[in-house]
Design a protein around this ligand. Structure first.
Ligand code: AKG
Ligand code: FE2
Length: 189
């Protein structure tokens, strides 16, 4: 499914070969993964702080594309162009596709990665499973020549995929860590 979507994108952008982007995630060395997230309800902690708790802090996915499926518990929100947050309706029968930072760069900004976050629900447990399709570790993240118009310049500094991934995961650990620490404190007291 992720390949099919990437192929439609390549076609839409007139990139020549239909599989020019999807071949990255089909490569045996593609650095792709699947993550399962569980957000337990924490009504007591929510009542204690009087705030909606963040289950997963705001971020963009660093890979090319993410394909998400969740149970029927809501919580996922995406950031609108005006900075407001929109809730993604939860539906266990649908897939949610997210453009990642790498796709933004290789298309030189024609497709934009979207900031998103997850709010923890007071009563319902959320379970999500996401496939992240990433470039092989040997690849540089830089606009593909087939997307560039004559004279167009790259909007981005060039990174290798391992360099970029390392820097994004460093910032993300903070929000996970914060939640774990909070839960830990709550269970102690
Ligand atoms: O759990 C979700 O709904 C989204 C999680 C997410 O954004 C991620 O794992 O990168
Ligand atoms: Fe994400």
């Amino acid at each position: 499914m992720a390949c099919e979507v990437l192929e439609m994108i390549a076609e839409e952008l007139d990139m020549g070969a239909r599989d020019i982007v999807s071949s990255f995630i089909q490569d045996k060395k593609s650095n792709s993964c699947i993550r399962v997230n569980h957000y337990p309800p924490c009504p007591d902690l929510q009542a204690l702080t009087g705030r909606t708790l963040i289950g997963f802090g705001e971020h963009t996915d660093p890979q090319l594309i993410s394909v998400l499926r969740s149970n029927n518990a809501s919580g996922l929100q995406i950031c609108n162009i005006d900075g407001s947050w929109l809730s993604v309706p939860s539906d266990h029968t649908t897939f949610f596709f997210n453009v990642g930072d790498s796709l933004q760069v290789i298309t030189n900004g024609r497709f934009r990665s979207v900031k998103h976050k997850v709010l923890a629900d007071s009563f319902k447990s959320r379970l999500s499973m996401i496939y992240f399709g990433g470039l092989p570790l040997s690849e540089k993240i830089t606009p593909l020549s087939s997307v560039m118009e004559e004279g167009e310049e790259s909007l981005y500094k060039e990174f290798t995929w391992p360099e970029y991934k390392k820097s994004t995961y460093k910032t993300r650990e903070i929000s996970h860590f914060f939640l774990i620490e909070l839960l830990f404190l709550f269970y102690i007291f």
